[in-house]
Ligand binder design. Structure first.
Ligand SMILES: Cc1cc2nc3c(=O)[nH]c(=O)nc-3n(C[C@H](O)[C@H](O)[C@H](O)COP(=O)(O)OP(=O)(O)OC[C@H]3O[C@@H](n4cnc5c(N)ncnc54)[C@H](O)[C@@H]3O)c2cc1C
Length: 447
């Protein structure tokens, strides 16, 4: 049960994307009271993010039927749920309480539900490159958020580079909104791996074919096997040059980079939590179809652990089997995609010049990392070097720093980001509010 007095519920679901909503529906259908906290202004997550106007944001229509189905289910059990948007889960404190901060009122509450499902999705990976910290460089995911929420394309030149199917999706979305990108420049060589592609489910192939068709009709060039050599300022914006004999080079206003996705479960470790699960991409990183199935499968597990029903029904067993089948299909599809888009990241990192910025938040370069000595500890990297100490708290740079350290044979390489909280900054005002709240609760109980 929550302890803040404002809510009364059994299960806290963090994240209102496909996994979180699907879990919440299943829990509520079983009669459990559910509270969803979502840091964005609307539910929907990475794929189903709604436009500010409320219009359909899914510019390619691929996931629309899934969304309609989920929303219909959600509406049927809505009365058994409470939803807080603009509410960020900031971590689990040393007493085991879940701390949630409302970012619009700067207030925090601590909650003690019977169970928590963390469904915070995936993070976009962007590998450091020479000049990637310059204004005008963004992630392809951030550009996609802009397109989905505003339903408008920026009126300037855009170039997409890096690796992964998201580049094609965003390029097609830009094109549909009337501003085709200058080009899509892919580091991998997917067209040379068509035999792998034949193993993908038909839905994946149709989605990719749809994007490529839109780009071909608009005359957007797609290059493969090219890496960014340098991003620099020029009189008309950014000049992006690529490796290869043909000296490929573009002048652009915006450069959108993408290097795949990683699980967004960092820093979240249960302390004294009776029931704790991670669901969807924050646990599996398998994409949209798997996230929805995993959310429901995790909810079934919670229903069993909370002993909502005296015995597990045949229907529940059958449903669990169906969900596990979906997950194994998606696991196979994602591993095929990984082969198609495989890039030698370590070699790309090894070739970086020493002046390249590694930690964008604190503007720390590769030579700053090397200046820490031959085998710095994690504390030295963080406290002396200031790496992973900025706003992102290492969510974007730690992966690359760990790879650079592995190259140097460092033993501690895997643990630069660990289990600490808060996972997001908390304002002083929110801390004061929470302290007042706890003091008045203590006073009431002693009276
Ligand atoms: C930038 C980006 C773009 C993507 N685009 C696509 C795409 O076009 N097609 C596709 O198939 N897959 C895409 N993916 C993969 C995508 O993550 C999954 O397919 C799907 O959205 C996963 O569902 P989910 O519920 O696990 O996570 P999400 O849909 O990401 O939902 C997670 C939710 O948790 C919320 N959240 C995160 N942290 C907190 C916190 N601390 N407190 C409160 N709320 C929090 C987020 O705001 C979000 O609403 C994309 C991933 C990224 C990172």
């Amino acid at each position: 049960m929550s302890s803040d007095g404002e809510h009364s519920f059994d299960v806290l679901v963090v994240g209102g994307g496909l996994a979180g909503m699907s879990a919440a529906c299943k829990l509520a259908e079983s009669g459990l009271r559910v509270h969803i906290v979502e840091q964005a202004t609307t539910l929907g997550g990475a794929v189903l993010r709604r436009a500010q106007t409320g219009q359909n944001p899914n510019l390619n229509g691929v996931h629309e039927s899934s969304w309609r189905d989920l929303m219909a289910r959600f509406d049927r059990v809505r009365k058994l749920m409470s939803v807080s948007v603009c509410s960020t889960y900031t971590g689990t404190d040393s007493t085991g309480a879940i701390v949630v901060t409302n970012t619009s009122t700067s207030t925090s509450v601590s909650l003690r539900p019977k169970a928590i499902i963390v469904a915070t999705g995936a993070l976009e990976k962007v590998r450091p490159r020479m000049g990637w910290h310059l204004p005008g460089v963004m992630t392809a995911g951030a550009l996609q958020v802009l397109l989905k929420t505003s339903l408008r394309a920026p009126k300037k030149r855009v170039l997409l580079a890096g690796s992964g199917p998201l580049l094609l999706a965003v390029a097609a979305q830009l094109t549909r909104l009337g501003n085709p990108p200058l080009a899509v420049i892919e580091e991998a060589r997917p067209s040379r791996k068509f035999w792998h592609a034949l193993k993908l489910p038909v839905g994946y192939l149709l989605e990719a074919a749809n994007y490529i068709k839109v780009l071909k009709v608009a005359g957007v060039p797609i290059y493969e096997g090219r890496f960014i050599a340098r991003i620099a300022h020029c009189t008309s914006g950014l000049r992006v040059s690529f490796t290869g004999d043909d000296k490929l080079c573009f002048d652009t206003d915006f450069l959108a980079l993408h290097d795949g996705i990683a699980k967004n479960c960092y820093g979240m470790r249960p302390v004294g939590m009776p029931i704790w699960h991670e669901a969807g991409d924050c646990a599996l990183g398998l994409g949209a179809r798997a996230s929805r199935a995993h959310g429901e499968a995790v909810a079934i597990e919670v229903i069993k652990q909370l002993q909502v029903f005296p015995v597990e029904s045949v229907e529940m067993k059958v449903r669990t089997k169906e969900l596990l089948d979906v997950l194994s299909r998606e696991r196979a599809a994602q591993s095929t995609l990984a082969k198609i888009y495989s890039v030698d990241e370590q070699s790309a990192l090894d070739e970086l010049p020493h002046e390249v910025i590694i930690c964008r938040c604190e503007k720390k370069s590769l030579s700053d990392l090397f200046d820490l000595g031959a085998d710095p500890t994690n504390r030295e990297i963080r406290l002396n070097g200031r790496f992973a100490m900025g706003a992102c708290q290492g969510r974007f740079c730690a992966h690359w720093i760990n790879m650079l350290r592995k190259k140097a044979g460092t033993a501690e390489g895997d643990r630069l980001i660990g289990s600490h909280w808060p996972i997001k900054p908390i304002s002083m005002q929110a801390l004061i509010h929470e302290a007042d709240h706890l003091l008045s609760a203590e006073k009431k109980s002693s009276d």
